[in-house]
Write a protein that binds this ligand. Structure first.
Ligand SMILES: Cc1cc2nc3c(=O)[nH]c(=O)nc-3n(C[C@H](O)[C@H](O)[C@H](O)COP(=O)(O)OP(=O)(O)OC[C@H]3O[C@@H](n4cnc5c(N)ncnc54)[C@H](O)[C@@H]3O)c2cc1C
Length: 283
């Protein structure tokens, strides 16, 4: 629902001023990053907040640092920049693909990493499963200081962040390996994905598979790791057919969410094919 008075917008010049402005506005305010989720609030029958604090001019939030052991990505980095910056890193390919294939070109130019992770009612966010399978952590900044949390933990508390708590960066550990993102939109582009499978495989010094991490998005209300399939695949050869068979045996543990674009049973039924596609893409 639209408020009778249009919301106010304060564009913060720094992270500290944004945190102060949000703390002062309390429950009346919210951060505004690319605005692509917020702009659709009326379509979702949600109220806009009376006051927004714009994050788009904060240099710190737009930094991307890709080191040998870690990548650190500011919450204000857009999907387009993320896809470009990670294009040549095989271990981070899953995130490059998630960012480069989500939504449509206009949305990808505006939508940010932070907005994708903080839109708490958005089950079909592409970057969430991609970052879960990379074992990412998030950095939350507030007047009290900086707190680091595993992404899975952040997803469970993001709806109850205090007004002055901002997602500042995402930290991703790096290891030699490969990764892939498989998603099923009902149309070719511009659609939310019905189901998403993100996977990452790291290798030991001898090139053997050391760890297999798989995350599923859009099937349930919040994306999560598929730890039973990870365990079943541990030690198995990296083979798309085997992965498909094991995923078929284990898919019943998901309770698909019904939505206007697809019923819950359909989201679950396409999971084994997405697993096969993601594993095949690693070769
Ligand atoms: C037509 C269309 C198609 C789309 N298709 C896809 C798709 O296929 N895949 C996909 O993943 N996404 C898709 N999206 C959604 C889009 O990717 C998300 O809306 C976007 O990532 C949100 O980022 P934003 O910067 O626009 O966030 P905003 O709309 O600015 O904010 C979203 C929420 O996050 C909060 N927030 C933002 N930044 C922070 C921060 N740093 N700290 C704390 N809270 C913060 C805001 O207060 C708000 O609650 C689509 C959107 C549209 C309009």
């Amino acid at each position: 629902m639209m408020p009778r008075i249009p919301p106010s917008l304060y564009v913060a010049p720094s992270l500290d001023t944004a945190i102060d402005a949000l703390a002062e506005r309390g429950a009346e305010g919210a951060p505004l990053a690319g605005g692509t989720w917020i702009m659709r609030a009326p379509i979702r029958h949600e109220s806009l907040r009376p006051a927004y604090v714009g994050l788009g001019r904060i240099p710190e939030l737009t930094r991307i640092e890709i080191g040998d052991s870690h990548a650190a990505i500011g919450a204000g980095v857009t999907h387009v920049r993320l896809a470009e910056a990670l294009a040549d890193a095989p271990d981070l390919q899953v995130l490059a693909e998630a960012a480069g294939r989500s939504a449509n070109p206009a949305v990808r130019r505006a939508a940010t990493l932070g907005g994708n992770l903080c839109a708490s009612d958005f089950a079909a966010a592409d970057l969430v499963p991609a970052l879960l399978c990379l074992d990412a952590e998030v950095e939350i900044r507030s007047r009290a200081g900086t707190e680091r949390l595993a992404l899975g933990k952040f997803l469970s508390i993001r709806q109850s962040l205090d007004p002055g708590q901002l997602l500042a960066r995402v930290l991703i550990p790096r290891a030699p390996g490969r990764s892939a993102h498989a998603r099923l939109p009902l149309r070719k582009a511009g659609d939310y994905p019905t189901a998403i499978v993100s996977l990452s495989v790291t290798s030991d010094a001898a090139g053997r598979v050391a760890q297999f991490r798989i995350a599923v998005g859009s099937v349930e209300t919040v994306a999560r790791r598929w730890t039973r399939l990870e365990a079943a695949l541990a030690g198995a050869p990296l083979n798309a057919g085997i992965a498909h068979r094991l995923a078929t045996e284990l898919a019943g543990e998901f309770t698909g969410r019904d939505g206007v674009e697809a019923p819950g049973w359909y989201r679950v039924s396409v999971l084994p094919a997405l697993v096969r596609r993601a594993v095949a893409a690693l070769h």
